[in-house]
Every structure is written in C-alpha cells, then in structure tokens.
Design a binder for this molecule. Structure first.
Ligand code: PLP
Length: 451
C-alpha cells in the first residue's frame, strides 16, 4: 500500500527554523571514549550517503574501540575456560575470572557478592526469578521494561503503578504483602523516558519492611556510576550490549545466599562438582548458574567496557548532558512534538527521550528519518507496553544518546522533524508486513551481505 503523502521539495539544509544551542560539531569531544562505527556512512533514498546518526543507544550501544581492540588481543589466546591444562586455557580462565572482579568493582559490590555472567539483563532477571525462595512476594512497577515485569509469576507478584510519590507507593505495597521473603524490583533509569528512579530512597523503604531489592541497571549503567553498596541494593543486573560491549554477556551481581541455595539455572557441565550414576552435587560459587562453556570473550568485553567507562565518567556525563539539553530544548520548539515523562518534565534523566509527533505515525516517522536523513531511532512501545500505552494511548519514538552521539546528529534530527511537520515527507512510504518502508527503496545493503 502506498501512502498518499504529497511530495514536497526538500528545502536547503541550512534553511531551518530549529533554534540550535550553538554550532554543531560532528567530531567527538576530548575525553569521551570512541566507538566503532563513528564514521559509518549510510545511503539515503535520494542516492546520497551521509554519516550515520545513531540515536538508538538505548536499544544497543555501538562497540567501544577499546573493547574491540581488547577482544582482538584476546582472540589468539581464546581457549576453553576452567577445563584445560594448556597455557591458552589458563590465560582464558584468568581473563574470565578477572572479568568478574572488574564487574564487581564497577557496580561497587562487596567481595562476598556473587558475580554471575549471563547473556543479558533479561537472562539475569530470569535467573534471579528462579533463585528466589518459594513463596517470595515480588513487587514490581508496571512502568518497567518487560524484562523486569515478566520473569516473576504467580499469585505473589504485585504490580504497582507509580504516582508522583513512589516511595509511598512502595511503602503501601509492602505493607499489603505478607511477611516472609520479599523482593522489590526497581529500574535505575527508565528505558522509555530516561528518568532516574530514586533507587537509594526506595531501597531504604524496602529495608524498613525487611525486603530485598534488585536494581535493573540496563539503562543506568551506561550513563552513570552504579554503587550497590552505597545504594544499599541487594542485586544488580546489566547488559554488555548496552554498555558498549556487544559480545553476548551480561551480569547478575549480588547477595550469595539465595543464589547458592537455589537449583542451578542451567543444568550441565561446569555447574557440577561431582556426578555419579545416582547423584549430582552442584557447585556453590557463580559456576552453579553458569553451566556450559562460558562466554569468555563477552565477559572480557564487558569488563573492558566497565573499566573504560570508570576512567571517563566525568567526560561521558558532561558530553551526554550537553546533548540531552540540546535535544530536549530543540524538541520542545517543534510544534506538535510531545516529550513523554513519568514523573514530570523536570525529573532528572539520562540521555533517552521518547516523544510523539502529532498526526504522524511513529513508525512512519522512524522510516522517514532513516530513509531521508540517515538517522536511527526506535519506534513502538519499547518493551514497556503498559507505560507507553498509558502515556500515548499507542506508540512513540525514542531518541537515545551515548558515546557515539554528536551535536550534529541531534541537530539533524531536529531539522528533519521540523521539516516533517512543515512539509511532510519527500519520499512515498508503504506498509510492508505492518511496518512502513520507502516505496521502491533504492538503498543497497553493504557488500558483505551479498557473500
Ligand atoms: N531493562 C531495561 C531498563 C531495558 O532498557 C532493557 C532493554 O532495553 C532490558 C531490561 C532488557 O535488556 P536485554 O534486552 O539486554 O536483556
């Protein structure tokens, strides 16, 4: 189906009414670690190529150059972990176990905490959900990502809709739950709005009720230091691919007792101490939940990303805050654009902004930004359906900033949105399998895909 969108001539790129905070730079500020793909160019439907404006860091962040180099350095040494007497196996084992300590330090966990490598945050939360004692009451906010909401099943799960006073919401919810083991799930930074949750204050409420707390740091950890000891949080989960280490590793870090008492998350080699024809005795350390060959490359990549971010927090945060201000101010000046928020416009947040454009389907806008401007954003309900429907009645767009973002990327987005609102799209779009795509899309995929 072709959309009946009138063709409008693209005006000169310099002709924009967006009020910009200053001259846009396409280069990276000093002190901000560089990422792979920073100079990637992508085709547009009109035949031009432009630098890719990746404004989708919240979904998956590009690989840090430091991570790529470290992985390259490791690969010749890559060998079995924990199992081999060969020298390369010993090196790989050392790399893997050292990575645990780096991740432990990155989240400020105590020496007694368990550091378990997982595939990602979803995997880590599912692991914890299997490890909580039978009958544990779980309290989760319904504004969270599905990964935080869905792993907990059964009658003891209590979903809370946050109001402006989330501490009171939690206090009341905990007062209603029976005594016994209780776990509160809190998100560090909302994946839809980027808003920061008052984690330390919620942890204090949980403590008053004798409940434990798990912090979903999937969106927080790439943007801000996390210290679970200072926050008084029991567990933290995160994903390497959001932390500039896209090699398939994530982590669950936290109190060892429930994890050691639980059945292994996966049954198989590596999780066992001894297996006889009649019985199995399981390991007690993190290996208990890490059956199968460990992802040493992913663990190393994650550790290098953690170390790199720790060395550059001041520059990383300053870079992001300047761009976030530019983005939010620019969006506010575009007629019909509405930014989403749970706690209100002035709530502190990381560089993630979701918004709607009045009268424009978010999926069509995302297709237009890609096809005509070389900009990558996310559209839809961002695996947070309850929240996005509550805020929009439907779906939204999300622009998310990170180490690969520049002021030019932000300005290009603002200019493109302005143009859309004033003139519509230049190309025609049609629905293909429920998503908008340019009609007769001439853009070619990179050559390596044709091999
Ligand atoms: N939690 C939050 C806040 C997220 O934003 C995401 C992913 O977007 C997840 C959990 C799930 O992360 P993953 O897909 O890496 O398991």
């Amino acid at each position: 189906m072709t959309l009946a969108i009138p063709h409008a001539r693209v005006s000169n790129a310099a002709d924009t009414r967006v009020q910009l905070a200053g001259p846009a730079s396409s280069t990276h500020p000093a002190g901000v670690p560089s990422v792979a793909g920073a100079r990637l160019t992508v085709p547009l439907v009109d035949g031009r190529h432009v630098q890719y404006a990746n404004l989708d860091h919240a979904a998956s962040a590009p690989c840090l150059d430091a991570v790529r180099e470290a992985v390259d350095e490791l690969l010749p040494w890559y060998a079995s972990v924990h199992r081999g007497a060969g020298f390369a196996s010993q090196v790989s084992t050392k790399v893997y176990e050292r990575a645990r300590e780096v991740v432990r330090d990155f989240v400020g966990a105590r020496a007694t905490a368990e550091v378990i490598f997982t595939r990602n945050t979803t995997d880590a939360l599912n692991l914890l959900a299997r490890a909580v004692p039978a009958g544990t009451s779980v309290i989760v906010f319904d504004t969270d990502h599905h990964a935080a909401i869905l792993p907990w099943r059964g009658p003891n799960v209590h979903r809370v809709t946050p109001t402006a006073n989330v501490e009171q919401d939690l206090d009341e919810a905990l007062a209603r739950t029976p005594t016994g083991p209780r776990l509160v799930v809190v998100t560090g930074a909302a994946n839809v709005t980027g808003e920061l949750w008052p984690v330390a204050r919620l942890a204090a409420v949980a403590r008053r009720h004798g409940a434990r707390i798990v912090l979903d740091a999937a969106q927080l950890a790439p943007h801000r230091p996390v210290d679970i000891t200072a926050l008084d949080v029991d567990y933290v989960v995160l994903s390497g691919h959001k932390l500039y280490a896209p090699f398939g590793a994530g982590a669950l870090v936290g109190r060892a007792d429930w994890l050691r008492a639980a059945n292994p998350y996966l049954a198989g080699g590596g999780a066992t101490r001894q297996v006889t024809a009649r019985a199995v005795s399981w390991n007690y350390g993190p290996e208990r939940h890490e059956a199968g060959s460990p992802n040493v490359v992913g663990a190393h990549a994650l550790a290098v990303a953690c170390r790199t971010l720790r060395q550059h927090w001041d520059a990383v945060i300053a870079h992001e805050e300047a761009l976030l201000d530019r983005l939010r101010t620019g969006l506010a000046a575009i007629p019909g654009v509405r930014q989403l928020s749970i706690f209100g416009d002035s709530a502190p947040r990381v560089g993630v902004v979701s918004f709607t454009v009045e009268g424009h389907d978010p999926n069509l806008v995302a297709a237009y930004l890609s096809a005509e401007h070389g900009i990558g954003v996310r559209d839809g309900a961002f695996c947070a359906h309850i929240l996005v429907r509550r805020l929009t009645g439907d779906r939204a767009l999300r622009a998310s900033l990170g180490l690969g973002s520049t002021a030019e990327h932000v300005d290009r987005l603002l200019t493109a949105l302005h143009r859309l609102v004033e003139q519509g799209t230049t190309w025609d779009y049609e629905l293909v399998d429920g998503r908008y795509a340019p009609v007769d899309d001439p853009r070619e995929l990179p050559a390596f895909l044709s091999n």
